[in-house]
Design a protein around this ligand. Structure first.
Ligand code: TCR
Length: 434
């Protein structure tokens, strides 16, 4: 999935470079780092971008004469928070596409951060409306041990309690596997009478817990999924359906991106020997080694068409579309800057000036959505409500059963007419959670 996001960023940059109406006199370039979902890797990458490796001060103009205009990313909130604390020192613009933690809205702490994904304030509120709609009273919560999980659950709890509903238990999933800590979470799930449980975590941190549910054969629970795992291919596997079927949760609305599919298929490790990420992808996808060392070798004749994997699946472009909009936000802000203030490339201190425009960026996307960044660098949260059902092929389908939208000056949660929700209960009826 991350590789697809990366390729989408490149695709968008290419598209903008070909357009005559945005940045007609400049060419966008990029440098990409793998954060490996680790805070230290992410901050290291930010420092490399800032210093141009050799110097220990921000280097907005590198040896090729290109300015470092801003940074897109990173994915996870804890990583973005760490990176943003450094970039903020230099007012260097940062545009996030997946980090949803509420603290990132605080412009005193994160002055140069904006995002094209809504803050979890919206999602937590939507979850509470969902719970009210189905009349559940006692809810369990499980959070990842990071800014995403902990802040997500914190806001959820506050909102839940403000409508007089109750938390049955609150557990934290360990980041580094610990038998005791995991056992504590499993016991809470097993012994609680609350059958509806909110799981605020990204899929990477969730996998070990899923295996525990399988191992202990814990069924008959209704999971309220957070957006980070509701459409995750690594969790939505048919063999987990007895445990996680019927999961329900909010997802970023999906989109189709013209030309992206062709672009994703148009990769080959032989094309650029320095493109280590494509080589790594190829080796993993085809289970071979490129170009030398032990068997089996990649032959280069492997066909992407033969693969069925997340990278090539363009049916669920959600965060992917946010990546695209993050690049566009940056390009539109640069376009304004270059037209209004800095027509010449010699305009000094471009980094900090760009921040002024990035914080006011406003544009319409290829599919007609309006992106409007507010004073906190935030956009509004619209979601699809998805429910995990089994399709005719025995795969898990993410069926859209409702929406969370802004109408008539307020947010509304709606279940689609004629939609059937699959509940993973013995009776197949709506669970009780008392
Ligand atoms: N916010 C999460 C990271 C995340 C994510 C995702 C990761 C979100 N959505 C989808 C992978 C796939 C939402 C965070 O840490 O803020």
């Amino acid at each position: 999935r991350g590789f697809r996001w990366m390729k989408t960023m490149i695709h968008t940059i290419k598209e903008i470079n070909e357009r005559k109406d945005i940045l007609p006199n400049s060419t966008l370039g990029y440098q990409i780092f793998d954060t490996c979902f680790s805070i230290s890797k992410a901050t290291e990458s930010a420092l490399v971008l800032l210093t141009g490796q050799e110097e220990n001060r921000p280097n907005f103009l590198n040896s090729t004469g290109a300015y470092l205009a801003g940074i897109v990313g990173s994915g996870g909130s804890s990583l973005s928070v760490a990176v943003s604390r450094i970039l903020g020192l230099y007012y260097l613009s940062q545009v996030g596409y997946a980090s949803t933690c509420t603290v990132l809205s605080d412009k005193r702490q994160f002055p140069s951060y904006i995002r094209t994904i809504a803050s979890d304030k919206f999602q937590s509120e939507a979850m509470v409306k969902l719970i009210q709609h189905f009349g559940w009273v006692w809810i369990g919560t499980i959070a990842a041990d990071d800014d995403y999980g902990k802040y997500g659950v914190k806001i959820f709890k506050e909102k839940l309690e403000s409508v007089n509903l109750c938390i049955a238990f609150s557990e934290i999933l360990p980041k580094v596997y610990s038998k005791e800590k995991m056992q504590k979470v499993v016991d809470a799930v097993r012994t609680s009478t609350a059958k509806v449980i909110v799981l605020y975590t990204s899929d990477i941190d969730l996998s070990p817990f899923v295996l525990e549910m399988v191992y202990h054969n814990i069924t008959d629970r209704t999971w309220i999924a957070s957006e980070a795992w509701i459409t995750s291919a690594s969790i939505a596997k048919p063999e987990y359906f007895p445990y996680f079927g019927g999961s329900i949760g909010f997802a970023v609305p999906r989109s189709d991106i013209p030309g992206l599919k062709e672009f994703l298929y148009d990769i080959h490790p032989s094309r650029d020997p320095n493109d280590i990420l494509t080589i790594e992808f190829w080796q993993t996808a085809f289970n071979c080694t490129w170009p030398n060392s032990s068997v089996p070798f990649c032959t280069g004749e492997e066909k992407l068409e033969d693969l069925k994997n997340t990278y090539l699946d363009v049916s669920q472009l959600r965060i992917t579309n946010n990546v695209r909009q993050a690049v566009y936000a940056m390009a539109y802000a640069m376009d304004r800057l270059s037209r209004l203030w800095c027509p010449s490339i010699l305009c000094r201190d471009k980094g900090a000036r760009l921040m002024f425009f990035i914080q006011r960026v406003k544009f319409t996307t290829h599919d007609g959505r309006k992106i409007h960044v507010d004073r906190n660098g935030d956009v509004t949260g619209y979601y699809d409500l998805l429910n995990w059902q089994l399709d005719d092929n025995g795969d898990i389908a993410f069926v859209k059963v409702g929406e969370y939208i802004f109408t008539q000056s307020k947010f509304e949660f709606m279940i689609r007419k004629n939609s059937t929700i699959f509940w993973n209960t013995e009776s197949s009826k709506i669970p009780h959670s008392v």
